[in-house]
Design a binder for this molecule. Structure first.
Ligand code: FAD
Ligand code: UDP
Length: 386
């Protein structure tokens, strides 16, 4: 096998996983990241109180892919962690997701699972047969009262758009159950790294054929110096924003340090539109195996991302999708570059999907090299799904 040189742009999970797989196959890898740290948006660090902080917002690992779980656990210990989310609505605290307990608390009932299911089926708007918007989907899913109490205000704050303008797919992330199970996720493999995500990504990148340059922006004009480039930065940035900037939401976190325990749970959502923030995260509850006298909280505000901000959530409304088509056409015509990850394909990807897609991309690249054929620009279609 001929050893090739790869530049990997971005040291988040996408870049790190591809780098590792290609390095293990005998290639020479140079990784670049603009930031002074690895792990991208999954970066965690110790605060001076000792609390492990999820610097770019709360990250819980959950997956249905056993091979992804096996991959990540090669590089660090994943501690058992079952995520729960509480929610304030109308001045009262509830436990998400929508389940038997929430339905009984909200409607002041004492339903059995069967009664609750029949009740919600009755509430659900059956006239909506083909839900297009978030609002359609929510009304069809749980009916007007629960939609207005838990989804409408939060979603407007989070996305800066009316739920009638947002796609139905956003809601598909959340479960509805008629049992008291309050796990936020259904996946069989769930956990949080014992020492946070940063050491895991460092371990993935720790290979003799990988060199990492932090605080170093990679300019697409430097691509010719490598046999191939894997770009996990924003797809529009690669093309110098020639078709305008794709829309993202960014987040502002207001950090506070407290004595003791502030809210007794990791994440408390504020669903009323009158409250300006979306949620408060109390980081020490992501590591229940640790003890800290003090506590660090983040109050989270969502707003439109400007040039100076970190892009978090791809908006993907109709106008962004039209723009995306232009970038994808350019990317497909581009030789020697593969676009990957949350920013490279402009999709909201969870960490496990990111790792799954990066593993697939790496094996696709190795196959292409073995067949002596050109490496594709994409291994997943950015215009499909997500
Ligand atoms: P990123 O982590 O964004 O990494 C891309 C990297 O590329 C960045 O570090 C950037 O600095 C670098 N870069 C860009 N351009 C250049 C350039 N020109 N030169 C050099 N470097 C460059 N997922 C879950 O599974 N569970 C969760 O609970 C969860 N919570 C989340 C909460 C929030 C608030 C957000 C925003 C996301 C959450 N996610 C969660 C998703 C998770 O963050 C992503 O799946 C993951 O970060 C994607 O990794 P990536 O490598 O594709 O992108
Ligand atoms: N959502 C909501 N109210 C809540 C929680 C979620 O309206 O209390 C909506 C909101 O539109 C959000 C989406 O459901 O963007 C997905 O929720 P999730 O908790 O998965 O959000 P994330 O952790 O990705 O920000």
């Amino acid at each position: 096998m001929v050893s090739r040189s790869f530049a990997i742009v971005g040291a988040g999970f996408s870049g790190a996983v591809v780098a590792r797989q290609l390095a293990e196959a005998g290639h020479q890898i140079t990784v670049f990241d603009t930031r002074p740290h690895v792990a991208g948006n999954c970066f965690t660090k110790r605060h001076e109180t000792g609390v492990l902080v999820h610097v770019y917002g709360p990250h819980i690992f959950h997956t249905q892919h056993e091979h992804v779980w096996n991959f990540i656990t090669r590089f660090g210990v994943m501690k058992a962690y079952r995520h729960t989310v509480s929610a304030m609505s109308g001045g009262k605290k509830y436990q998400l997701p929508m389940n038997l307990t929430l339905i009984n608390d909200f409607f002041g009932t004492n339903f059995t699972p069967e009664q609750a299911e029949a009740f919600i089926t009755e509430k659900a708007d059956k006239t909506i047969t083909h839900p297009v918007s978030f609002e359609d989907q929510a009304l069809r899913f749980v009916g007007r009262e629960l939609y207005e109490a838990f989804f409408k205000g939060y979603t407007k704050k989070q996305w800066g758009e009316e739920p009638t303008a947002l796609p139905a797919s956003i809601l598909a992330r959340l479960p509805l159950r008629f049992t008291a199970d309050d796990s936020y996720f259904n996946h069989p493999f769930q956990g949080i790294p014992e020492h946070g995500y940063t050491p895991i990504v460092e371990a993935i990148l720790d290979h003799p054929s990988i060199t990492v340059h932090l605080s170093t922006a990679f300019n697409p004009s430097g691509a010719h110096a490598y046999d191939h480039v894997v770009w996990t930065g924003p797809i529009d940035a690669f093309f110098g924003f020639a078709h305008g900037r794709l829309g993202y939401r960014t987040l502002d976190f207001v950090q506070e340090v407290h004595e003791g325990d502030v809210q007794g749970c990791p994440v408390l959502n504020y669903c009323d539109e009158s409250v300006p923030y979306t949620r408060i995260t109390e980081h020490k509850h992501f590591a229940p195996w640790e003890h800290h006298d003090k506590s660090v909280t983040y109050t989270e505000y969502s707003r439109l991302c400007t040039e100076a901000d970190t892009p978090y959530y791809p908006i993907r409304l109709v106008e962004e999708k039209d723009q995306l088509v232009k970038y994808v056409e350019r990317a497909r015509a581009q030789q020697g570059v593969t676009f990957l990850g949350r920013l490279g394909t402009y999709r909201y990807l969870d960490m496990d999907v990111t790792i799954h897609e990066a593993l697939n991309a790496a094996s696709g690249m190795l196959d292409a090299l073995a067949r002596d054929s050109a490496i594709p620009s994409f291994f997943t279609d950015p215009l499909g799904g997500a």
